[in-house]
Design a protein around this ligand. Structure first.
Ligand SMILES: *[C@@H]1O[C@H](CO)[C@@H](O)[C@H](O)[C@H]1NC(C)=O
Ligand SMILES: *[C@@H]1O[C@H](CO)[C@@H](O)[C@H](O)[C@H]1NC(C)=O
Ligand SMILES: *[C@@H]1O[C@H](CO)[C@@H](O)[C@H](O)[C@H]1NC(C)=O
Ligand SMILES: *[C@@H]1O[C@H](CO)[C@@H](O)[C@H](O)[C@H]1NC(C)=O
Ligand SMILES: *[C@@H]1O[C@H](CO)[C@@H](O)[C@H](O)[C@H]1NC(C)=O
Length: 523
């Protein structure tokens, strides 16, 4: 049986996810013009040479807020001002952008709101666009639309229109998005590549590939230069409609048009080739990818390389890239360790997995149960049940706490082997998970009930019902099955009627009949 996590379907999902994060990134890139690292370094050097360092740095205070709720940002800002901080619009916007980059949208928005409401600062058009995007993310589409409607006319330019369009696209509201796009055309707002890219990726997500082609034609007609994101969107669209040849044509066209493709474009290409089973082409795309990686790209491209090399079955390349990661970065993150374990899992190399896991265990900073889950998967896949259990015991000694994945792995494994009592232990563990993480589907519930009835196991059935109660999914059917189990076992339990009432379940005709057969006199 193939492991469910690595079939072809999810890989296309991965592509789409890649695409949506990259549109996000593009919005972020197009809306604010963030300083390049080189420029930032130059500015820092100039600051060092000229003025002294900021005596009241603000960002560390904002950063330290972590995930606390609303109101906290204003408090920090007010305190900072009282202590002598000088609020300058440019600096504050820079902080807001940084918070946004780390997905702390509510804090970023609160900061911008404070600039306007508490300090009466003016928002540039670019800043309006950023604020609109944040409002959408924090308060929803309605609030973003209102904000846009309330902007002074001069601020309704390509940036703010573009930001609103991007909201509609991310909310997958096709009609509103196209209406707005046509309105922009009527108003003579120049079509920018961001707007078209946004619409294109909306159509890819909706599976309307004809529309994607149409927009690309429009782009050419209007002489809008495509970029690497355009290229990624088009490749994904072609791949989804099985037009692999069109992808190669497209790449030629991009080269002719001098579009600077980045590693991410080749990662998309490699995924597509892997999906299509074109291993050699995938490998050549990976080589191109690796050549395009720049220091700024961080670890992500290498994690990606490991994953795809594993998909094409190349252990030596996986190991080579792992070596590159270790040589290039002073610290190997748990994401990279996880990626390496996943790669080795795909390649069925349990011994190397153990080696890597031990290495991680000997130097991790904080425990990451995902890595242990990966090891458990690796062992269960080849039916090394005892090893998987003892791995978990050891992890527990180190303070590991299971998550829903851990429970699912063991549960699925034991159920598959028909070891329902061992499986039941993990159902009991599932009930200890926070709120809604623990769930059982109807199919599994049914299998347990059938098993206990057939094995006349009233104790097991009781334990199982207890789990259902804790998971909040006990119902009349569960009690019918429990009662049938009692009957099969020839056992009685005089407190069942009361328990059913306590669970607020109606004693229907069927349950009443079963209770009577068990010898319950009723009241
Ligand atoms: C904000 O803009 C208005 C109009 O452009 C201008 O009169 C005012 O001085 C500006 N305020 C600040 C704090 O820059
Ligand atoms: C190139 O595309 C990727 C996504 O595919 C994106 O993350 C990156 O920012 C783009 N680069 C530029 C310069 O637009
Ligand atoms: C490892 O993962 C945990 C949990 O996912 C996270 O909190 C921690 O910051 C990560 N550690 C490193 C070094 O990346
Ligand atoms: C969860 O269930 C398994 C199997 O019975 C057990 O080994 C483990 O100790 C339980 N609890 C925890 C906290 O892992
Ligand atoms: C009888 O049923 C109640 C309610 O389901 C349960 O809590 C109790 O453990 C059962 N008693 C026995 C002896 O099984």
């Amino acid at each position: 049986m193939a492991p469910p996590a690595y079939s072809a379907g999810p890989r296309l999902l991965l592509l789409l996810r890649l695409l949506s994060t990259s549109t996000e990134a593009a919005v972020a890139a197009a809306v604010p013009t963030a300083p390049t690292p080189a420029a930032a370094a130059a500015a820092a050097a100039a600051a060092k040479a000229g003025k002294k360092k900021d005596p009241w740095p603000l960002y560390p205070r904002l950063s330290a807020l972590g995930r606390v709720g609303e109101g906290s940002v204003s408090r920090v800002l007010n305190k900072w001002v009282r202590e002598g901080g000088t609020p300058r619009s440019d600096d504050l916007v820079k902080h807001a952008r940084k918070l946004r980059k780390y997905k702390r949208h509510a804090h970023a928005l609160e900061l911008m709101d404070w600039m306007v409401n508490a300090r009466g600062m003016n928002m540039s058009h670019t800043n309006h666009a950023i604020r609109l995007d944040l409002i959408y993310k924090v308060r929803g589409l309605g609030a973003a639309e209102n904000y846009f409607a309330g902007l002074p006319d001069p601020a309704k330019n390509h940036r703010t229109y573009g930001a609103l369009l991007s909201c509609y696209c991310s909310a997958k509201m096709e009609e509103k998005a196209t209406d707005l796009y046509h309105k922009m055309e009527e108003l003579g707002i120049p079509s920018c590549k961001l707007a078209i890219n946004n619409l294109m990726s909306l159509y890819v997500k909706l599976g309307r590939h004809g529309k994607v082609d149409g927009l690309f034609e429009e782009m050419k007609m209007k002489n809008v230069q495509p970029d690497n994101l355009t290229c990624c969107i088009l490749m994904t669209s072609y791949a989804a409609s099985n037009k692999i040849d069109a992808i190669e044509e497209l790449l030629k066209e991009m080269v002719e048009k001098d579009v600077a493709l980045e590693w991410s474009a080749y990662s998309t290409l490699a995924s597509i080739y892997v999906n299509a089973g074109l291993v050699e082409k995938a490998e050549s795309a990976l080589k191109k990818l690796e050549g395009l990686v720049v220091a700024d790209d961080g670890r992500q491209p290498f994690d990606f390389l490991m994953s795809i090399y594993a998909s094409v079955g190349s252990l030596s390349e996986v190991n080579r890239v792992w070596g590159v990661i270790k040589a290039k970065f002073s610290k190997v993150t748990n994401t990279s360790y996880l990626g390496m374990l996943q790669a080795l899992y795909k390649l069925n190399d349990i011994d190397r997995m153990k080696q890597i896991y031990m290495e991680w265990e000997s130097n991790y900073e904080s425990y990451d149960v995902r890595l242990t889950n990966m090891m458990i998967s690796g062992h269960l896949k080849i039916d090394m049940t005892e090893e998987a259990e003892s791995l978990w015991e050891k992890a527990k000694e180190k303070g590991a706490e299971f998550d829903s994945k851990t429970c699912d792995l063991f549960l699925h494994h034991y159920m598959g082997k028909g070891d329902m009592n061992l499986a039941l232990n993990w159902v009991e563990n599932t009930t200890k998970l926070p709120k809604k993480a623990g769930r059982l589907d109807q199919d599994k519930i049914h299998k347990f009930q059938k098993y206990f009835e057939e094995h006349k196991d009233a104790d097991g059935a009781e334990r199982f019902c207890n789990c259902l109660r804790m998971l909040g999914c006990i119902d009349g059917k569960a009690y019918e099955s429990l009662l049938r189990t009692y009957l099969a076992a020839g056992k009685k339990n005089s407190s069942l009627r009361q328990q059913i009432k306590d669970d607020k379940i109606e004693i229907c005709y069927d349950i009443g009949k079963l209770l009577k057969r068990m010898g319950d006199k009723g009241r």
